[in-house]
Design a protein around this ligand. Sequence first.
Ligand code: NAD
Length: 291
Amino acid sequence: MTDNQSAAVSFPDVAVLGAGTMGAGIAQVCAQAGAKVVLQDIRDDLVDKGLGRIRDFLQKGVDKGKVSAEQRDATLARVSVATDRAVACREADLVIEAVPEILELKNGLFRELAGVVTEDCVLASNTSSLSLAKVFDGVAAPERCIGMHFFNPVPLMKLLELVRTAQTSAATIERVTAFSRQLGKEPILVVDSPGFASSRLGVCLGLEAIRMVEAGVASAEDIDKAMVLGYGHPMGPLKLTDLVGLDVRLAIADYLRKELDHPGFEAPALMRRMVAEGKLGKKSGQGFYAW
Ligand code: NAD
């Protein structure tokens, strides 16, 4: 990775807001592709933690022989940190937001940012479920606003779901699509609609699998095997629900049930009961599987 490479990326200066699970991963892949990145969070200890995640991830890559020591150092040299949002964003030509999934927080942040960044700076949100029209409501120059939905863990997952609003311009989509490929991702383009493509289909499959457990159609293990061995899915829908968290998926199901007005998204009673009993999946030690 050289300075020439840095000049070649579609967005040479990127600001990432929120240095948590997703923000750190997003900052890492942008820096690996050659962009200069400022990783911002609200406190010093949080930006340090985010930077620590990137360092650890790259070091694991070096230990496994997948990343060279030079690549690790060059990537880290391109990442700086900040707690001041304006400082982080004023030079940026792309801002990617990865703060918690709270509409008012994201919308307030983008409204404020529009007065800080340059006119042609692209504004992107990593929301996994919120309406982009609401996230960008009232933001100046909405044609440069877009959803960039990354998947966890960001450095390993190939999919990047780009979400366009009614206002997103063709030029913004084209530039962000090119950048997605420079990050080594495979972009798909989705219209701003509840659950986009990934969550809508993924949650639908998970809910139906839970209904099948509830009705005694087969065991959780056998339902998962049906999808893994019969359909080539890398993981069955119930194990995936355990990994994501039953509480997280329940919140998405309730949201989609309301927004799409579709009975298929009605959360099964078994799911509500398990969440109430604290059986949240991997993070609590018990879900459809014992972890
Ligand atoms: P996280 O809790 O790990 O990180 C969020 C970070 O944002 C925290 O470090 C927090 O301190 C910081 N933050 C809070 N307010 C802020 C502000 N005003 N300015 C800057 N930073 C602020 O959360 P996450 O899992 O990284 O999720 C972030 C976003 O990505 C959410 O919208 C989530 O829905 C989405 N997402 C998450 C996943 C996932 O698997 N975790 C996958 C895809 C998308």
